[in-house]
Every structure is written in C-alpha cells, then in structure tokens.
Ligand binder design. Structure first.
Ligand code: C2E
Ligand code: MG
Ligand code: MG
Ligand code: MG
Length: 288
C-alpha cells in the first residue's frame, strides 16, 4: 500500500514537473516572438535630486505585455531570457531603443539602462555602447548603465577592464541594489562607480527599524567620503523622503515621486520636452 502511494506521488511529481517544463518552453518561444515582433516596451521611472527637487533622469524598465496572460513582470521573464541567451538580443534592443529616445530629449536628462550579468559576460560591451552612441547621436554623458554586484562577481578583472573602457567613453556607471547580494566594501574601493543605488528593501524599514536606518546612514557616509552620490530606491512615503533628505541622501526614486510609465506619459505631462516634434516622429518610426 505504502509503495503504491509513493508510486502515485512520484507520478504526480513527474507530471507536474513536465507541466512546468512545458510552460517554460512555451513562454520562452513566446518571448522570442515578442522580441522579433517588437512587442516589448520600455517604461520610464523618474530619478529626482532630493535637495533641488529637479529631475536628474529616468530609469528604463523593460515591459512585456503578453497577448493572453497580460503583463509579465521582468522578475519572471528576465531570468528566463538569461537562461536561454535571449537576454543578449533583448538587452541590445533596450539599450538601443532607450538611447534613440533619449537622444530627442532636451538635455540634461539622463537615461539609465539596466545590464544583465549574462549580457555583461558575453558581449563586447564597450564596443556595443560606442556603436549605439554613434548611431543614435546620444551624448555619452547622458547615458548611465546600472549593474549589480553579481554582474562583476564572476570575473572581476575583466569587469574592471570593461567598466574602465565604458567610463572612458564618458558613460556613467551606477551600482544597483546596493546592500543586497554580494555587497562588499572591496567592490566600492576597486570599481569606478558614479552612483550607488541603495536597495529598496531598506526603505520599507527606515522608519521602524533602527538597524535599517543605521545601515542607510553608514552607506550615505561612505558615499560622502568616497565622493559617490547615493540614490535611494523604492521611496513610497513622504516620511521616507523627509528622513533621507535629513540624512543627506542625494537622489531618490520610487512610487512617491513617480511610477514607471510609458514614454508618451512623461512627454505629455511635460516632465520632459523634446527638441523637436520632427525628432519624435523619427524616433517613433525607428523604434516601433
Ligand atoms: P531595478 O533595476 O532595481 O529596478 C527597480 C525596480 O523597482 C523596478 O521593478 C521598479 O518598478 C520597482 N520600483 C520602483 N519604485 C518602487 C517603489 O516605490 N516601490 C516598489 N515596491 N517598487 C518600486 P521592475 O520594473 O519590476 O523591474 C525589476 C527588475 O528587473 C529591475 O530592478 C531590474 O533588475 C530588472 N530589469 C528591468 N528592466 C530591465 C532591463 O531592461 N534589462 C535588465 N537586464 N534588467 C531589467
Ligand atoms: Mg536598476
Ligand atoms: Mg535596483
Ligand atoms: Mg532590483
């Protein structure tokens, strides 16, 4: 009897494994189609200077609207794309599209683009970035690349070399999700970051946990002494913003200041102005 139960359990297990594998396979081929058919989009989330309240730039965040399942979050499809190499093509699309669009914004707004560890490991990134800057005409100092410590973790020598080459172009580099994962002080000492993005997991506790607040304070002090501006991610309440302002944090990003929205929404709301409508039309045909 016990044996039958186990057999049945194993069968069930194998069946559901099968289903998971099949679902992933389907999603993968749908993602491939979405890339080819230009069904991916980019939303933009504002990054604001805390002391002046001025807009510094926008982070480009990838969006996939699945024809049947609706919105699929990046946390689901990016790992999938990383597993099967699709991230290369996808990452290049995001970078190119974000640069084409930002080239038509009035200066001085920057666009910040996320890089995947896989993309970083398998692409001649300095060459790609240079090609895209030339092709789109976006001034290098208006592009920021965001990467996490897991990106540089695999091969620190090569990463350092690539980051230096990218910086030499005039592009800036932000350390994303700081405080989670492999965070180490050695990384801050050895790598030429232009910005530290303090992970949003600290923000939810900033008002209730003395520990979270102490860590935030320490990171801000570190940023000050290393002369690297700190941006706080995931600001949702006025209380959090006030506290960070009092602690001397440089920039903020979060739902309180603006959710990620489609490009036309930041244009029509007057948050950014375009250099000319002609450029907008050119952009629209180039990316759509
Ligand atoms: P990230 O780079 O740390 O981006 C910030 C994430 O936090 C975004 O999630 C954003 O929507 C969310 N967020 C911003 N403000 C708040 C807030 O106040 N509260 C809360 N709860 N969340 C907030 P999203 O768009 O789902 O992206 C998740 C992650 O997926 C990103 O984290 C990034 O690691 C990755 N990702 C997104 N787009 C791309 C891309 O084009 N390429 C690569 N390689 N990764 C991307
Ligand atoms: Mg980011
Ligand atoms: Mg982040
Ligand atoms: Mg993140």
């Amino acid at each position: 009897r016990a044996k039958t139960d186990i057999t049945r359990a194993v069968c069930f297990y194998e069946q559901s494994m099968d289903e998971t594998v099949r679902a992933r396979r389907t999603l993968t081929s749908e993602l491939r189609q979405a890339i080819e058919n230009n069904q991916l989009d980019i939303h933009y989330q504002v990054q604001t200077s805390i002391s002046t309240g001025e807009v510094c730039g926008y982070e480009a965040l990838l969006r996939w609207e699945h024809p049947q399942h609706g919105f699929i979050p990046p946390s689901e499809f990016i790992p999938l794309a990383e597993e099967n190499g699709l991230i290369q093509q996808m990452g290049e699309w995001v970078l190119r599209t974000a640069c084409i669009r930002a080239a038509s914004w009035e200066p001085p707004y920057k666009v910040a683009v996320n890089l995947s560890p896989v993309q970083f490991a398998h692409t001649d990134l300095p060459k790609l970035v240079l090609e895209i800057l030339i092709e789109t005409g976006l001034p290098a100092d208006r592009l920021e690349l965001e990467l996490t410590e897991s990106t540089i973790f695999a091969d620190r020598e090569r990463s350092l070399h690539m980051l230096r080459q990218i910086k030499a172009l005039g592009v800036s580099i932000a350390l994303d999700d700081f405080g989670t994962g492999y965070s180490s002080l050695d990384t801050l000492r050895s790598f030429p970051f232009d910005k530290i993005k303090l992970d949003r997991s600290f923000m939810s506790e900033i008002e209730s946990s003395p520990q979270a607040k102490a860590i935030i304070r320490a990171v801000l002090a570190l940023g000050k002494s290393l002369d690297i501006p700190v941006l706080a991610e995931g600001i949702e309440t006025q209380g959090q913003l006030t506290l960070l302002s009092a602690e001397g944090c440089d920039e903020a990003q979060g739902y309180l200041l603006g959710r990620p929205v489609p490009l036309n929404q930041i244009i029509t709301s007057g948050q950014i102005s375009l250099m000319s409508s002609e450029l907008l039309e050119g952009t629209a045909t180039a990316v759509r």
